[in-house]
Design a protein around this ligand. Structure first.
Ligand SMILES: C[S@@+](CC[C@H](N)C(=O)[O-])C[C@H]1O[C@@H](n2cnc3c(N)ncnc32)[C@H](O)[C@@H]1O
Length: 330
Protein backbone atom coordinates (compact mmCIF):
# COMPACT_ATOMS: atom_id res chain seq x y z
CA UNK A 1 0.00 0.00 0.00
CA UNK A 2 1.38 3.38 -1.00
CA UNK A 3 1.86 5.77 1.86
CA UNK A 4 -0.70 8.49 1.63
CA UNK A 5 0.99 10.92 3.95
CA UNK A 6 2.63 12.99 1.26
CA UNK A 7 -0.51 13.02 -0.88
CA UNK A 8 -2.96 14.23 1.71
CA UNK A 9 -4.66 17.26 0.25
CA UNK A 10 -6.22 20.13 2.16
CA UNK A 11 -9.84 19.15 1.76
CA UNK A 12 -13.14 18.80 3.55
CA UNK A 13 -13.94 15.60 5.40
CA UNK A 14 -16.26 14.42 2.60
CA UNK A 15 -13.63 15.06 -0.06
CA UNK A 16 -11.09 13.27 2.09
CA UNK A 17 -13.28 10.19 2.35
CA UNK A 18 -13.82 10.21 -1.42
CA UNK A 19 -10.09 10.45 -1.93
CA UNK A 20 -9.49 7.46 0.35
CA UNK A 21 -12.12 5.42 -1.41
CA UNK A 22 -10.60 6.07 -4.82
CA UNK A 23 -7.08 5.17 -3.66
CA UNK A 24 -8.28 1.98 -2.00
CA UNK A 25 -10.40 0.89 -4.95
CA UNK A 26 -7.32 1.24 -7.13
CA UNK A 27 -5.26 -0.77 -4.67
CA UNK A 28 -7.87 -3.54 -4.51
CA UNK A 29 -7.87 -3.78 -8.32
CA UNK A 30 -4.05 -3.88 -8.38
CA UNK A 31 -4.01 -6.57 -5.70
CA UNK A 32 -6.53 -8.66 -7.63
CA UNK A 33 -4.54 -8.25 -10.86
CA UNK A 34 -1.29 -9.30 -9.15
CA UNK A 35 -2.73 -12.34 -7.42
CA UNK A 36 -2.84 -15.37 -9.67
CA UNK A 37 -4.67 -17.62 -7.24
CA UNK A 38 -7.41 -15.80 -5.39
CA UNK A 39 -5.57 -14.94 -2.19
CA UNK A 40 -8.76 -14.77 -0.32
CA UNK A 41 -10.94 -17.73 -1.10
CA UNK A 42 -9.83 -20.98 0.42
CA UNK A 43 -10.30 -23.59 3.04
CA UNK A 44 -9.62 -22.85 6.66
CA UNK A 45 -5.96 -23.25 7.41
CA UNK A 46 -3.32 -21.79 9.64
CA UNK A 47 -1.54 -18.90 7.98
CA UNK A 48 1.54 -16.93 8.94
CA UNK A 49 1.29 -13.40 10.30
CA UNK A 50 2.07 -11.64 7.00
CA UNK A 51 -0.36 -13.77 5.03
CA UNK A 52 -3.09 -13.33 7.63
CA UNK A 53 -2.75 -9.56 7.56
CA UNK A 54 -2.82 -9.53 3.74
CA UNK A 55 -5.86 -11.79 3.78
CA UNK A 56 -7.66 -9.49 6.21
CA UNK A 57 -6.95 -6.57 3.88
CA UNK A 58 -8.70 -8.53 1.15
CA UNK A 59 -11.64 -9.06 3.50
CA UNK A 60 -11.67 -5.28 4.07
CA UNK A 61 -11.78 -4.71 0.29
CA UNK A 62 -14.68 -7.12 -0.11
CA UNK A 63 -16.61 -5.48 2.73
CA UNK A 64 -16.04 -2.00 1.25
CA UNK A 65 -17.52 -3.13 -2.04
CA UNK A 66 -20.48 -4.84 -0.40
CA UNK A 67 -21.21 -1.82 1.77
CA UNK A 68 -21.14 0.49 -1.23
CA UNK A 69 -23.38 -1.85 -3.26
CA UNK A 70 -25.85 -2.19 -0.40
CA UNK A 71 -26.23 1.57 0.13
CA UNK A 72 -24.10 1.82 3.26
CA UNK A 73 -21.47 4.47 3.79
CA UNK A 74 -18.38 2.62 2.67
CA UNK A 75 -16.09 5.53 3.39
CA UNK A 76 -17.11 5.77 7.02
CA UNK A 77 -17.77 2.06 7.38
CA UNK A 78 -21.41 2.54 8.35
CA UNK A 79 -24.29 0.17 7.58
CA UNK A 80 -27.30 1.42 5.64
CA UNK A 81 -29.21 3.69 8.03
CA UNK A 82 -26.77 3.18 10.91
CA UNK A 83 -26.41 5.97 13.43
CA UNK A 84 -23.52 6.31 15.80
CA UNK A 85 -24.04 7.90 19.21
CA UNK A 86 -21.80 10.63 20.50
CA UNK A 87 -22.12 10.57 24.27
CA UNK A 88 -21.91 13.89 26.05
CA UNK A 89 -19.91 12.48 28.96
CA UNK A 90 -17.74 9.57 29.93
CA UNK A 91 -15.26 7.81 27.69
CA UNK A 92 -15.07 9.60 24.32
CA UNK A 93 -17.46 12.23 25.72
CA UNK A 94 -15.35 14.90 24.03
CA UNK A 95 -16.08 13.47 20.56
CA UNK A 96 -18.96 15.02 18.67
CA UNK A 97 -20.04 15.13 15.04
CA UNK A 98 -18.26 18.45 14.58
CA UNK A 99 -14.83 17.43 15.85
CA UNK A 100 -14.62 13.76 14.84
CA UNK A 101 -14.26 11.81 11.64
CA UNK A 102 -14.97 8.12 11.28
CA UNK A 103 -12.39 6.22 9.30
CA UNK A 104 -12.62 2.48 9.65
CA UNK A 105 -9.28 0.77 10.23
CA UNK A 106 -10.37 -2.51 8.62
CA UNK A 107 -11.54 -0.76 5.47
CA UNK A 108 -8.76 1.84 5.39
CA UNK A 109 -5.84 0.42 7.38
CA UNK A 110 -3.08 2.59 6.01
CA UNK A 111 -4.67 6.04 6.16
CA UNK A 112 -5.45 5.47 9.81
CA UNK A 113 -1.70 5.51 10.39
CA UNK A 114 -1.10 8.25 7.88
CA UNK A 115 -3.71 10.45 9.45
CA UNK A 116 -1.92 10.43 12.75
CA UNK A 117 0.89 12.42 11.19
CA UNK A 118 -1.03 14.18 8.45
CA UNK A 119 -1.23 17.89 8.00
CA UNK A 120 -4.97 17.49 7.43
CA UNK A 121 -5.43 15.88 10.80
CA UNK A 122 -3.31 18.31 12.70
CA UNK A 123 -3.87 21.70 11.21
CA UNK A 124 -6.51 22.14 8.58
CA UNK A 125 -9.95 23.64 8.97
CA UNK A 126 -12.35 21.76 6.71
CA UNK A 127 -14.31 24.92 5.96
CA UNK A 128 -11.83 27.73 5.51
CA UNK A 129 -8.80 25.54 4.74
CA UNK A 130 -6.68 27.65 7.03
CA UNK A 131 -4.29 26.25 9.55
CA UNK A 132 -4.69 28.77 12.34
CA UNK A 133 -7.18 28.61 15.19
CA UNK A 134 -8.26 25.01 14.59
CA UNK A 135 -8.37 21.96 16.87
CA UNK A 136 -7.24 18.48 16.00
CA UNK A 137 -10.08 16.21 14.99
CA UNK A 138 -10.63 12.86 16.64
CA UNK A 139 -10.18 9.92 14.32
CA UNK A 140 -12.64 7.19 15.27
CA UNK A 141 -12.45 3.65 13.93
CA UNK A 142 -15.15 1.14 14.77
CA UNK A 143 -12.96 -1.77 13.70
CA UNK A 144 -9.58 -3.17 14.54
CA UNK A 145 -7.15 -3.04 11.62
CA UNK A 146 -5.73 -6.13 9.85
CA UNK A 147 -2.42 -5.58 11.67
CA UNK A 148 -4.14 -5.32 15.04
CA UNK A 149 -6.23 -8.45 14.49
CA UNK A 150 -3.10 -10.28 13.34
CA UNK A 151 -1.20 -9.33 16.46
CA UNK A 152 -4.10 -10.46 18.67
CA UNK A 153 -4.16 -13.81 16.87
CA UNK A 154 -0.39 -14.19 17.24
CA UNK A 155 -0.58 -13.32 20.95
CA UNK A 156 -3.37 -15.84 21.53
CA UNK A 157 -1.41 -18.53 19.72
CA UNK A 158 1.69 -17.81 21.79
CA UNK A 159 -0.17 -17.72 25.12
CA UNK A 160 -2.58 -20.57 24.39
CA UNK A 161 -1.15 -23.21 26.72
CA UNK A 162 -0.16 -20.74 29.45
CA UNK A 163 -3.72 -19.45 29.54
CA UNK A 164 -5.09 -22.98 29.82
CA UNK A 165 -7.12 -22.67 26.63
CA UNK A 166 -8.47 -26.02 25.39
CA UNK A 167 -6.76 -28.10 22.69
CA UNK A 168 -9.98 -28.18 20.73
CA UNK A 169 -13.44 -26.71 20.92
CA UNK A 170 -12.47 -23.24 22.17
CA UNK A 171 -15.13 -20.63 21.45
CA UNK A 172 -14.00 -17.12 20.63
CA UNK A 173 -16.92 -14.70 20.90
CA UNK A 174 -16.50 -11.20 19.50
CA UNK A 175 -19.04 -9.07 21.31
CA UNK A 176 -20.20 -6.57 18.71
CA UNK A 177 -18.59 -8.25 15.70
CA UNK A 178 -19.45 -5.61 13.06
CA UNK A 179 -17.79 -6.80 9.77
CA UNK A 180 -16.75 -10.07 11.43
CA UNK A 181 -13.05 -9.60 10.80
CA UNK A 182 -11.92 -10.45 14.35
CA UNK A 183 -13.82 -13.74 14.21
CA UNK A 184 -12.68 -14.53 10.67
CA UNK A 185 -9.06 -13.65 11.42
CA UNK A 186 -9.13 -15.83 14.54
CA UNK A 187 -10.59 -18.90 12.86
CA UNK A 188 -8.27 -18.52 9.89
CA UNK A 189 -5.15 -17.94 11.98
CA UNK A 190 -5.95 -20.36 14.81
CA UNK A 191 -7.53 -23.24 12.92
CA UNK A 192 -4.80 -25.55 14.26
CA UNK A 193 -6.27 -24.82 17.70
CA UNK A 194 -9.64 -26.21 16.65
CA UNK A 195 -11.31 -22.91 17.41
CA UNK A 196 -14.87 -21.90 16.65
CA UNK A 197 -15.57 -18.20 16.13
CA UNK A 198 -18.88 -16.55 16.96
CA UNK A 199 -19.83 -12.96 16.31
CA UNK A 200 -22.67 -11.47 18.35
CA UNK A 201 -23.84 -8.31 16.62
CA UNK A 202 -26.84 -6.10 17.30
CA UNK A 203 -26.91 -4.65 13.79
CA UNK A 204 -28.82 -7.02 11.49
CA UNK A 205 -27.11 -5.80 8.33
CA UNK A 206 -23.63 -6.41 9.77
CA UNK A 207 -24.52 -9.84 11.14
CA UNK A 208 -25.78 -10.79 7.65
CA UNK A 209 -22.80 -9.30 5.84
CA UNK A 210 -20.33 -11.10 8.14
CA UNK A 211 -22.13 -14.40 7.52
CA UNK A 212 -21.94 -13.82 3.75
CA UNK A 213 -18.25 -13.00 4.04
CA UNK A 214 -17.58 -16.18 6.03
CA UNK A 215 -19.34 -18.24 3.35
CA UNK A 216 -17.53 -16.51 0.50
CA UNK A 217 -14.12 -17.15 2.06
CA UNK A 218 -14.75 -20.80 2.96
CA UNK A 219 -15.12 -20.25 6.70
CA UNK A 220 -18.81 -20.93 7.26
CA UNK A 221 -18.07 -24.15 9.18
CA UNK A 222 -15.77 -22.42 11.63
CA UNK A 223 -17.42 -19.02 12.02
CA UNK A 224 -21.00 -17.97 12.58
CA UNK A 225 -22.66 -14.67 13.26
CA UNK A 226 -25.67 -14.17 15.47
CA UNK A 227 -27.88 -11.14 15.14
CA UNK A 228 -28.51 -10.34 18.79
CA UNK A 229 -27.80 -7.85 21.48
CA UNK A 230 -25.10 -9.20 23.77
CA UNK A 231 -27.36 -8.71 26.79
CA UNK A 232 -30.30 -10.57 25.21
CA UNK A 233 -31.06 -14.23 25.88
CA UNK A 234 -29.49 -15.26 22.57
CA UNK A 235 -26.42 -13.11 23.19
CA UNK A 236 -25.94 -14.37 26.74
CA UNK A 237 -26.21 -17.98 25.57
CA UNK A 238 -23.21 -17.40 23.28
CA UNK A 239 -21.29 -15.54 25.97
CA UNK A 240 -21.79 -18.29 28.50
CA UNK A 241 -20.04 -20.76 26.17
CA UNK A 242 -17.08 -18.45 25.46
CA UNK A 243 -13.51 -19.47 26.17
CA UNK A 244 -12.38 -16.08 24.83
CA UNK A 245 -14.59 -12.97 24.77
CA UNK A 246 -13.49 -9.87 22.87
CA UNK A 247 -14.83 -6.39 23.69
CA UNK A 248 -13.45 -3.70 21.40
CA UNK A 249 -15.10 -0.40 22.24
CA UNK A 250 -18.32 -2.29 21.92
CA UNK A 251 -20.89 -0.17 23.68
CA UNK A 252 -19.38 3.33 23.80
CA UNK A 253 -20.75 4.60 20.48
CA UNK A 254 -23.85 2.42 20.31
CA UNK A 255 -25.51 2.09 23.71
CA UNK A 256 -26.73 5.19 25.57
CA UNK A 257 -24.35 5.80 28.44
CA UNK A 258 -27.10 5.56 31.06
CA UNK A 259 -27.83 2.01 29.91
CA UNK A 260 -24.22 0.85 29.86
CA UNK A 261 -23.89 -0.08 33.58
CA UNK A 262 -26.79 -2.53 33.33
CA UNK A 263 -25.55 -3.98 30.06
CA UNK A 264 -22.10 -4.61 31.56
CA UNK A 265 -23.71 -6.06 34.69
CA UNK A 266 -25.65 -8.59 32.62
CA UNK A 267 -22.89 -9.41 30.18
CA UNK A 268 -20.13 -9.80 32.78
CA UNK A 269 -22.17 -12.20 34.89
CA UNK A 270 -22.71 -14.50 31.89
CA UNK A 271 -19.01 -15.25 31.42
CA UNK A 272 -17.85 -18.39 33.19
CA UNK A 273 -14.75 -18.54 35.41
CA UNK A 274 -11.60 -19.11 33.35
CA UNK A 275 -12.87 -17.15 30.32
CA UNK A 276 -10.20 -14.99 28.74
CA UNK A 277 -11.48 -11.44 28.25
CA UNK A 278 -9.78 -9.11 25.76
CA UNK A 279 -10.86 -5.50 26.08
CA UNK A 280 -10.11 -2.13 24.59
CA UNK A 281 -10.03 0.27 26.35
CA UNK A 282 -8.94 -1.43 29.56
CA UNK A 283 -11.69 -2.69 31.87
CA UNK A 284 -10.21 -0.42 34.54
CA UNK A 285 -11.09 2.53 32.31
CA UNK A 286 -14.39 1.31 30.84
CA UNK A 287 -15.88 -0.01 34.07
CA UNK A 288 -14.16 2.46 36.38
CA UNK A 289 -15.84 5.24 34.44
CA UNK A 290 -19.18 3.50 34.99
CA UNK A 291 -18.65 3.33 38.74
CA UNK A 292 -16.93 -0.03 39.33
CA UNK A 293 -14.34 0.20 42.09
CA UNK A 294 -10.93 -1.51 41.62
CA UNK A 295 -11.98 -4.00 44.33
CA UNK A 296 -15.14 -4.91 42.49
CA UNK A 297 -13.24 -5.37 39.23
CA UNK A 298 -10.69 -7.58 41.05
CA UNK A 299 -13.52 -9.81 42.24
CA UNK A 300 -14.57 -10.39 38.62
CA UNK A 301 -11.27 -10.62 36.69
CA UNK A 302 -7.52 -10.69 37.10
CA UNK A 303 -5.24 -9.04 34.50
CA UNK A 304 -2.99 -11.38 32.51
CA UNK A 305 -1.33 -9.19 29.88
CA UNK A 306 -1.49 -6.39 27.34
CA UNK A 307 -1.43 -6.97 23.59
CA UNK A 308 0.37 -4.28 21.60
CA UNK A 309 1.71 -2.77 24.77
CA UNK A 310 4.73 -0.61 24.03
CA UNK A 311 7.77 0.40 26.01
CA UNK A 312 6.55 3.98 26.07
CA UNK A 313 8.66 5.07 23.12
CA UNK A 314 6.34 7.11 20.91
CA UNK A 315 8.32 6.22 17.80
CA UNK A 316 7.64 2.58 18.44
CA UNK A 317 5.27 1.19 15.80
CA UNK A 318 3.38 -0.64 18.51
CA UNK A 319 2.48 2.69 20.10
CA UNK A 320 0.22 3.28 17.07
CA UNK A 321 -1.65 0.01 17.59
CA UNK A 322 -4.79 -0.38 19.65
CA UNK A 323 -3.88 -1.99 22.95
CA UNK A 324 -5.99 -4.93 24.03
CA UNK A 325 -6.01 -5.66 27.75
CA UNK A 326 -6.25 -9.32 28.71
CA UNK A 327 -7.96 -10.70 31.84
CA UNK A 328 -9.18 -14.03 33.11
CA UNK A 329 -12.57 -14.29 34.82
CA UNK A 330 -12.09 -15.38 38.46
C1 LIG B 1 -16.53 -0.74 17.79
S1 LIG B 1 -17.44 -1.97 16.93
C2 LIG B 1 -16.37 -3.36 17.17
C3 LIG B 1 -16.13 -4.15 15.89
C4 LIG B 1 -15.26 -5.37 16.01
N1 LIG B 1 -15.49 -6.13 17.20
C5 LIG B 1 -13.80 -5.01 15.93
O1 LIG B 1 -13.15 -5.00 16.96
O2 LIG B 1 -13.30 -4.72 14.85
C6 LIG B 1 -18.78 -2.29 18.03
C7 LIG B 1 -19.90 -3.07 17.42
O3 LIG B 1 -20.73 -3.50 18.49
C8 LIG B 1 -22.07 -3.49 18.08
N2 LIG B 1 -22.88 -3.39 19.30
C9 LIG B 1 -23.10 -2.30 20.06
N3 LIG B 1 -23.85 -2.60 21.13
C10 LIG B 1 -24.11 -3.92 21.06
C11 LIG B 1 -24.84 -4.83 21.88
N4 LIG B 1 -25.45 -4.42 22.98
N5 LIG B 1 -24.90 -6.12 21.51
C12 LIG B 1 -24.27 -6.54 20.38
N6 LIG B 1 -23.59 -5.72 19.56
C13 LIG B 1 -23.49 -4.42 19.90
C14 LIG B 1 -22.18 -2.29 17.15
O4 LIG B 1 -23.27 -2.44 16.26
C15 LIG B 1 -20.80 -2.33 16.46
O5 LIG B 1 -20.89 -3.02 15.25
Amino acid sequence: MTSLTSQIPLVSADEWYEFLEAVYAEDTRRREAETEEPLAVGAVGAVGDGALEAWLEVIGGYVREELAADGGEAARGLAPGETVLHQSMGLFGECDAGNSVHIDALLFPDPADALAVAAYYEYVCAHCRRADGVRAVHIISHSLSPAEITSIVAWLDGQWAALGLPDSGAHLVDVGSRFGAVVLGAVRGLSHRGIEGIGVEANAYFAGLAGRTAARYGLADAARFVEARAESEAGLAELSSASIAVFNNVFQFFVPRDDQPEVWETVSSALKPGTLVLSHPSLELVLGELGWSPERLAEWVRPVGVINGSDGDDDDDEAEMTRMYAYVVC
